[in-house]
Design a protein around this ligand. Sequence first.
Ligand code: HGY
Ligand code: MN
Ligand code: MN
Length: 403
Amino acid sequence: MTDWGKRAEALLADLAACSEPGPGVTRLPFTPQHRAALDLLEARMRAAGLAVTLDDAGTLIGRRAGPPGAPTLLMGSHQDSVRQGGAFDGIMGVVLPLLALEKLAEEGIELPFSVEVLAFADEEGVRFPTALVGSRALAGTFDPEVLSMLDAQGISLRMAMSEFGLDPDRITTLARDPAAMLGFVETHIEQGPVLEAEDQALGVVTAICGIERHQIVLTGETGHAGTLPMEGRRDALVGTAALVTEVARLGETTPGLRATVGALTVEPNVVNAVPRRVRMSAEFRSPDDDTRRRAGEALHRFARDLAAGRNLRVEAELTYAQAAQPCDSALGARLAAATQAVGMRGLSLPSGATHDASAMADLCPMAMLFVRCRDGVSHKPEEYASASDLGRAIDALAAFLTA
Ligand code: HGY
Ligand code: MN
Ligand code: MN
């Protein structure tokens, strides 16, 4: 009797090694680590009898064809990680449906439709200030403008994709025909504490929160830390500190809003000079889009007033936005029934994290299966899902495919 959870755990461990050195997993898109993960996945997909292709958005596609003319069910998630992230976020959603197909093949079960397992290149938006490149390509909502966006080394997304062997100018030809799609099902570690608190291995997602990201740059004047008088200083970091506190205050006082400053760069960033320029990120998330937008607008107003009061120059830009996205209730109900078929209660819950599924909703009905997450932690090396929960998810996906 195959222990599918152990098989998944072993493959996820091999994929976790496709990482930059350091704690946890760091696998950014269009990098040698990405290529190593694709090589591993391609070999496993071919061994499972899938036809494998890499599209020009960098999405690896493993296809099991159904009868001629049959519609296609899309499954999958993202291969990329955050920096020093976990071994399950994203990549679990590629491995589990792949092993569910392996399981059905071993049991000699044919499906009346085609299935594609997708490994999207870039969901996190960590390397480039954009995200969901692959899922938006399939949904036909990809904006070629983002190809000019630069990473921290000044490499454009276009350049990174071309050097990865892709043709970025063909991304807009990748849109799928909605009429030929049955739907998209994404399996993902919960990244939160609910399933663990409810003692459930699996749950079905009701909706994916909306998100927006801002970049704010404050510019003042540097000077000698020892000789420049405190009076009249134009210290960009002191101004930024007030902004950071305001982001936290917005999050702490607005129901249903999560607010985070995750990235900060200081120039000249030396102990004995007054900071001249500071760039900060600000991220707002909410299941309600108006709540999120109001927070972003309030922060821009606060930044303008603060800069005027401290004689600083301010540049505030909304760099990314993704609307909240309800999951398809019919597809979700089928997924919930499949979890109950493997002994779960069929719990449903919202997602505070964003996912490729929110982009895929522009193509076809989408649903998400969550897998329990130890201590609810994610985006850190301690992220963990047990082999038995992985096995339960594979059983549920197999039940879903054969329902
Ligand atoms: O940030 C998120 O919610 C996702 O992990 N990209
Ligand atoms: Mn993810
Ligand atoms: Mn993530």
